[in-house]
Design a protein around this ligand. Structure first.
Ligand code: GDP
Length: 440
């Protein structure tokens, strides 16, 4: 996602780098390139025009800050405007003060509605809330099964009585049931449609009237670009949407939907979906996405992800081991698995500033974890604690046990030793480094 736009922006900034000062002349060329980049990304033409006008006004009116080069100043302005375009700050889901909060999902068939309902359920369940999914798609028998299976997978309540009862009735019943069961969040998964269809739209209006949702979220497939915005507008006219969820942001969607929808619809993007798994849902933060587009990475999302897998006790324990030079092969394996919980290695790397443009389309293969874990699993507990005892004989045995080559075992052991050395230096274990000594 956004990789093409990222590359275009990198080029614009590079071209500006050599200039001494922002002037009407050099800004003109940069603006032209930004305009082309946005249009290429399938951003709506009206939105692009307005965006360029705003950036131009700010760039030329800007006091020349001594500390920033023209390229940096321009990035700063574009960053601020992109953030503004996408809605400035994250808009949270509105939780009702008298539970259940009812969330109604709507959108075209295949947009990712049901999957996203499951992801939302998983995310709120993780926060300790009681969630119930309701399946109101009676037109596709498989839909009933899909929602039941998802509910079971994420471990939440489900009400999907089948295809003999009307969707309006299902949603009204679900609300009553949720109240009785003291559910915090009820998610209504409505029927999909292939295109805007009057009869089905009328059904949604009736569901809205009977289930009185606190949120009506339009689920849009980011791959469909500007078309997603048009469809969202039709839904909005009938239902008065409260927000949007953009799915398939992990695909090669060019970004048009993400950049146009807020400006044209006037409704916030609340979440983005980035994969088929149940944990691939992120709150949408306009500022972070803007930084991601400009190739500045997304450190905040990375930090939040890290915080969600590391608790304080684990972190302290780890620090103590590193300081005491007790970091073992077992700890190494545990850490690898922790990082894996944060997502694929490729997706983590892309959030690091400067990495995404270098990586291009290259993705780090997750299967690289497996050989390492297999090798460590073939070691005895003693070997894991004290890898220095692993002699040639033991290396052969470990290679055989893990189905890897002796060379691979050697490489891993060497990497581990190097890492330990580095940790020793940084942690000050076994003597302070030069800088620290000087500072004392
Ligand atoms: P619905 O008809 O709107 O309920 O759509 P589904 O939830 O059944 O999703 C349609 C397809 O899109 C399924 O194959 C999902 O796995 C896939 N999908 C949904 N969200 C995402 C996403 O964020 N990324 C990717 N790559 N696929 C997704």
């Amino acid at each position: 996602m956004f990789s093409q736009l990222q590359n275009s922006f990198q080029k614009v900034f590079k071209d500006l780098r050599g200039q001494g000062k922002i002037s009407e002349a050099n800004i003109q060329e940069a603006l032209r390139e930004v305009r082309v980049a946005l249009l290429d990304a399938d951003v709506n033409i009206k939105v692009v025009r307005q965006f360029i006008a705003q950036v131009k006004e700010k760039a030329l009116g800007q006091e020349v800050l001594q500390s920033l080069t023209p390229g940096q100043q321009f990035i700063k302005i574009v960053d601020a405007e992109l953030t503004e375009l996408m809605g400035q700050t994250h808009t949270k889901l509105h939780l009702s003060s008298t539970p259940p909060t009812v969330v109604m999902m709507c959108g075209l068939q295949g947009s990712g509605k049901t999957t996203t309902a499951g992801k939302l359920a998983a995310s709120f369940k993780k926060q300790g809330r009681k969630v119930m999914l309701a399946g109101a798609d009676i037109y596709r028998p498989a839909a009933v099964e899909q929602i039941r299976a998802l509910a079971e997978q994420v471990g939440v309540d489900v009400y999907a009585p089948g295809t003999d009862i009307s969707p309006v009735e299902i949603c009204a019943q679900a609300r009553k049931l949720a109240m009785g069961k003291q559910i915090d969040l009820l998610i209504l998964d409505t029927a999909g449609r292939l295109h805007i269809d009057d009869a089905l739209m009328e059904e949604l209006v009736q569901i809205k009237a009977s289930a009185r949702p606190d949120e009506i979220l339009f689920v849009a497939d980011a791959m469909t670009g500007q078309e997603a915005v048009n469809v969202a507008q039709s839904f909005d006219e009938r239902l008065d949407l409260s927000g949007v969820i953009l799915t398939k942001m992990d695909s090669d969607a060019r970004g048009g939907a993400a950049l146009s929808i807020r400006a044209l619809l006037g409704k916030p993007i609340k979440y983005i979906g980035g994969g088929e798994k149940m944990d691939a849902l992120e709150p949408f933060h306009p500022d972070r996405v803007a930084s991601r587009i400009l190739g500045m990475g997304d450190m905040l999302t990375l930090i939040e992800k890290a915080e969600s897998v590391y608790d304080e006790k684990t972190a302290k324990n780890l620090e103590r081991k590193i300081r005491g030079n007790e970091f073992s092969m077992q700890d190494f394996k545990d850490q690898l698995l922790q990082i894996k919980k944060m997502g694929s290695l490729g997706s983590i790397m892309k959030m690091i500033p400067g990495m995404s443009s270098k990586m291009g389309d290259m993705d780090i293969d997750d299967s690289q974890y497996k050989p390492v874990v297999a090798i460590i699993d073939s070691m005895t507990p003693q070997e894991r604690e004290k890898p220095e005892i692993i002699n040639a004989n033991r290396r052969r045995r470990i290679a055989k046990g893990s189905g890897r080559t002796v060379q691979e075992v050697n490489r891993l052991l060497k990497q581990f030793q190097d890492m330990r050395k580095m940790m020793k230096q940084f942690s000050g274990a076994g003597g302070k480094n030069k800088k620290q000594q000087q500072a004392m």
